[in-house]
Design a protein around this ligand. Structure first.
Ligand code: SF4
Ligand code: SF4
Length: 293
């Protein structure tokens, strides 16, 4: 009987394309224009006990096709492996990813076995900000990931680091929303619009709105962001109609983003003299060669 009720409840879950969650907000890189504002250096993490409560509650209501654990840099979280196992249990039918910049992969090699065991993909993003000794660390991590791929690890190496989307005007604490007056166009051209975000136990329509409150106190321009700081995420007690409307999405609050995607080059992301571009070129060649094998 309990099994039948469980199956009925599962069938009543709301399907959605994508759901993601920060398990840590801190990052060991600080890529300029990071869409999660991690370059502002805010810290903190979601304790496993807290995260488990949120995930179990929402797993009863949502059936995502794709689920991503990320940050910040999720490998900074000591319980990253426990999170991977939990999500495999709760979202067993979803394509699951753990997203990393790879810098800590050698130190967290134990995680690779857990990813393989749970069928979770390692999504390895090559970042142009990496330079100096970090290049060697990332190259070594990439080698390690390829070794595990040969043993069955699902691996995706993201090659899209030559272009970066910029979601606000200006830089640093002086950033401003775009306010182009065409929120529908901003929404339609947005790459983050499908990235429904579980944060503080609630659902947010995208990472830029979810994490804006975490940097608000740093901003000299906080007043300009007030309309967007009033965004109200969806709580677990929301009605089915409210959840369905949330998943469908709309362009409210999207006026903070550009009506035309703003693309900056690799050089634009690297704030100081860096060997990042050379690192990128080397690794892209390596990744392309591997997949051509
Ligand atoms: S590595 Fe990722 S999360 Fe960290 S600052 Fe860069 S883009 Fe943001
Ligand atoms: S506010 Fe709208 S346009 Fe901006 S990132 Fe979120 S969904 Fe995209």
């Amino acid at each position: 009987m309990g099994g039948l009720i469980h199956e009925i409840l599962k069938m009543r879950r709301h399907p959605l394309v994508h759901l993601e969650m920060h398990i840590t907000h801190a990052c060991n890189l600080g890529c300029k224009y990071c869409s999660h504002y991690c370059d502002f250096g805010y810290a903190g993490e979601v304790s496993y006990v807290q995260g488990e409560e949120w995930l179990r509650a929402w797993a009863e209501r949502l059936a995502p096709e794709n689920f991503r654990l990320l940050g910040g840099e999720p490998l900074l979280h000591k319980d990253a492996a426990k999170y991977v196992r939990l999500c495999a249990e709760l979202f067993s039918e979803a394509k699951r990813d753990l997203v990393t910049n790879g810098l800590l992969l050698r130190k967290r090699e134990d995680l690779l076995a857990v990813l393989m065991e749970t069928g979770t993909r390692l999504s390895f993003t090559l970042h142009p900000l990496v330079s100096g000794k970090q290049e060697d660390v990332v190259n070594d991590a990439l080698d390690l990931a390829y070794q595990y791929k040969k043993k069955g690890l699902r691996l995706h190496v993201s090659k899209r680091t030559d272009k970066w989307m910029k979601g606000y005007r200006g830089e640093g604490v002086a950033i401003l929303p775009f306010t182009d007056g065409a929120p529908e166009r901003s929404f339609q051209s947005c790459g983050s619009a499908i990235c429904k975000t579980l944060h503080q136990g609630k659902l947010w329509k995208c990472p830029p709105l979810a994490y804006l409150p975490l940097i608000a106190e740093q901003l000299e321009t906080k007043e300009s962001w007030e309309p967007y700081l009033r965004y109200e995420p969806l709580g677990i007690d929301a009605s089915d109609e409210a959840v369905a409307a949330f998943i469908k999405g709309d362009s409210r609050f999207c006026d903070m983003c550009p009506a035309q995607p703003q693309i900056v080059s690799v050089e634009g992301i690297i704030p100081h003299k860096s060997r990042g571009a050379r690192y990128l070129k080397k690794n892209l060649k390596k990744a392309v060669a591997f997949f051509a094998e």
